[in-house]
Ligand binder design. Structure first.
Ligand code: NDP
Ligand code: KPL
Length: 305
């Protein structure tokens, strides 16, 4: 397949290396020192099980050089979505699929403001990756699941082809019959993890060992699940308890990317996480005091330093 990564950070870079190694024509969109390093030395992926280096089919900051592709892996931070989406125009052909993997539940709807509706699918990523240095993507832990589908969750050839490509490249791309539910299932977890580990400057081990912090975390889980249900998402009543049990097996030093961004003085994605929970609660006509408090605590740091 011919696949572009817009852009080639933690998400795009991880999949770019896997897919290029499996023989696909991968065009990596990047800029600045990261692009220079990819052009000079290739793109490197460091994982707990080893390091891979690939020479992408193309490395550029100009999507017009690439032209139409079969699929665009869309992974930029929430605030960068409008510019990155506009820049995708030259890569969109009649059957190109754009799969967003941004945290939150609004990326696909936001993409529709900039791209033809037929191009936009929906997706959610469970992986922990970052740009460790220009040209170098580093994965923490070994979990990597990329769940995606057409926006109405109906099977399609183009989604099937991309799933097969990702699966055969050694990552996991399971089928789903309800992508909205999958997005919200992660959002329930991530709204709590992002809000609590960032606002509380703490880690998973603190949440599982300090009862008052655990209570707060569980209250956010329950609140976000309630918002989803109020909006008609098929989240069952057990999701908050299941997510809490599931979290007990996580590494105690784990925390959300939001907490790491806060520590490094980078802009925070809170508008698309705690802020989104508050906005969506308002839309559904329900209260979201937990998410509202976490959002307010993080607002002074929203733009980084
Ligand atoms: N990485 C992970 O483990 C996970 C990430 N996510 C979500 O996925 C999304 C992407 O995250 P991630 O991949 O980690 O982000 P990164 O910050 O690692 O990568 C984003 C990259 O996009 C580049 N970029 C942004 N806009 C443009 C543009 N217009 N043209 C060229 N390059 C551009 C940035 O460059 P520059 O630095 O120059 O701005 C940066 O290199 C986020 O919403 C995140 O929350 C979800 C699950 C896991
Ligand atoms: C929690 C995690 C690592 C799960 O993929 C994540 O999405 C993030 O921290 O941004």
């Amino acid at each position: 397949m011919r696949i572009a990564t817009m852009a080639t950070g933690g998400i795009g870079g991880f999949l770019a290396v896997r897919l290029a190694k499996a023989g696909h024509e991968v065009a990596t969109i990047a800029r600045g020192a990261h692009l220079d390093a990819i052009r000079k030395h290739g793109l490197v992926l460091e994982t707990p099980s080893g390091t891979d280096r690939v020479r992408p089919w193309m490395a550029t900051d100009d999507p017009a050089e690439i032209g139409p592709v079969d699929a665009i892996i869309f992974g930029v931070k929430g605030d960068a979505l409008p510019d990155a989406a506009r820049a995708c125009g030259p890569m969109i052909g009649p059957d190109t699929v754009v799969v967003p993997f941004l945290n939150g539940v609004e990326a696909a709807d936001r993409l529709l403001e900039f791209l033809p509706g037929r191009a936009v699918a929906n997706g959610v990523a469970q992986v922990s990756t970052t740009i460790a240095a220009p040209g170098v993507i580093r994965q923490t832990g070994s979990f990597n699941t990329f769940t995606f589908a057409e926006r109405d969750s109906r099977p399609s050839e183009r989604i099937g082809a991309l799933r097969e490509a990702i699966d055969q490249a050694g990552a996991s791309a399971p089928a789903t019959d309800d992508i909205e539910r999958d997005l919200w299932s992660k959002f329930v977890f991530f709204s709590a993890l992002s809000g609590v580990t960032a606002a509380g400057r703490c880690r998973i081990g603190d949440i599982t060992s300090i009862p008052a912090l655990g209570d707060l975390f569980r209250a956010v889980l329950a609140e976000t699940a309630m918002i989803g249900r109020a909006l008609g998402v098929a989240l069952d009543d057990g999701i908050a308890d299941r997510t809490w049990s599931f979290m007990q097996s996580f590494p105690p030093d784990g925390r959300a990317s939001t907490a790491i961004d806060l520590e490094h003085g980078r802009p925070l994605e809170i508008e698309w996480v705690s802020g989104a929970a508050v906005r969506l609660a308002r839309k559904a006509g329900v209260a979201a005091p937990m998410n509202a408090a976490l959002y307010a605590l993080l607002l002074p740091h929203r733009n980084g330093r």
